[in-house]
Design a protein around this ligand. Structure first.
Ligand SMILES: [Zn+2]
Length: 329
């Protein structure tokens, strides 16, 4: 029987709860807490954490000879448990964004109580990981996001082995996120981004799963694993190394690149068509060289919309303000 984060009642249905996994030696303080599905339509993280829980349970039960789970691990795969059923980003009853409800309130409304219970559970762990996808418009390369990190977090972020570690400024509007609430409790805190909401992108899921297992191995939480040699090429991007490519035209966007690709300045990365006449309005050219970490998948463009984010090898980013564009967090 899995433990429950919170049990809730509803006006006209059975009680329901938010289950989580508590794996490994119970007598120990949890070493890591992994959370996904604060947004119910971000399925990659939900799926990967459920798979990871199954994997760790096998280790814990000795089903994988030579491999062991040494530390206690908490996994909450779907915080917005009702939202996942409905493919809804927000909590379905009152449309509240759970990742704007922290630190929450014990005895408050439902979403406040969920936030408070999740924080109380996860703050005991030293490592904490919150997994998101983008929204339903953009696709994110699997990456670690750091917000005003300390040096330990900068170093540890590389242990995931994901292709990009990206530092972002702490958005002053987002002080009610889980990641922000965690900072008050020390430890090391990470946000992972992978793929796009509303979809299960198996390529991103595999990369995410591998990265989490590698992280658990490198931090001594599991032992005896053979990590795959096909390690991603890891790149670290500081605050001024994110370039947000915005459109100055409305229309239909046809993207010509995938996340994870490196481009040169001047490379063709897409086209914008007039939605009625079908005329090509312009080619989209990358103004900077770098790694494409995010692309627009929903094609309808209004002027000023984000087309893609490019991580630049030097400080030629422009994205101090444009970070408000659809972060999916
Ligand atoms: Zn999210």
């Amino acid at each position: 029987m899995n433990p429950t984060l919170l049990r809730m009642t509803a006006p006209l249905r059975d009680d329901f709860d938010i289950p989580y996994h508590d794996v490994g030696p119970r007598e120990r303080t949890p070493r890591i807490a992994l959370v996904a599905g604060l947004h119910g339509n971000e399925l990659n993280g939900v799926f990967v954490l459920a798979r990871l829980a199954a994997f760790l349970r096998d280790l814990d039960e000795g089903k994988r000879p030579g491999q062991r789970l040494l530390e206690r691990v908490l996994i909450v795969p779907a915080v917005n448990v009702l939202g996942v059923n409905l493919l809804s980003r927000v909590w379905p009853f009152d449309k509240i964004d759970l990742n704007r409800a922290f630190p929450g309130l014990e005895g408050g409304e439902t979403t406040q109580r969920i936030a408070a219970a999740l924080l109380a559970l996860t703050r005991t762990a030293y490592y904490r990981v919150d997994i998101h996808s983008s929204n339903g418009e953009l696709e994110e390369l699997p990456q670690v996001r750091l917000y005003e990190p300390n040096d330990d977090e900068r170093e540890t972020a590389c242990l995931f082995g994901l292709p990009a570690v990206i530092e972002r400024p702490q958005n002053k509007l987002f002080t009610t996120t889980l990641a922000h609430a965690w900072r008050a409790h020390g430890g090391e805190n990470f946000v992972l981004q992978a793929g796009m909401a509303g979809d299960l992108q198996t390529r991103h899921c595999e990369m995410l799963f591998r990265s989490l297992v590698a992280f658990l191995d490198r931090t001594g939480i599991v032992e005896g694993l053979t990590l795959s040699d096909e390690e991603e090429d890891l790149h670290y991007f500081g605050l001024r190394q994110t370039y947000a490519l915005l459109t100055n035209q409305a229309g239909f966007f046809v993207c010509r690149v995938e996340v994870g690709r490196w481009v040169q300045a001047g490379d063709l990365v897409g086209h914008i068509y007039d939605g009625f006449s079908g005329d090509l309005k312009c080619d989209v050219i990358s103004p900077v060289p770098g790694l494409i970490s995010c692309v627009r998948r929903q094609p309808l463009l209004f002027e000023g919309d984000l087309l893609m984010r490019i991580q630049t090898p030097d400080d030629s980013g422009n994205d101090a303000e444009a970070l408000l564009h659809a972060q999916g967090q």
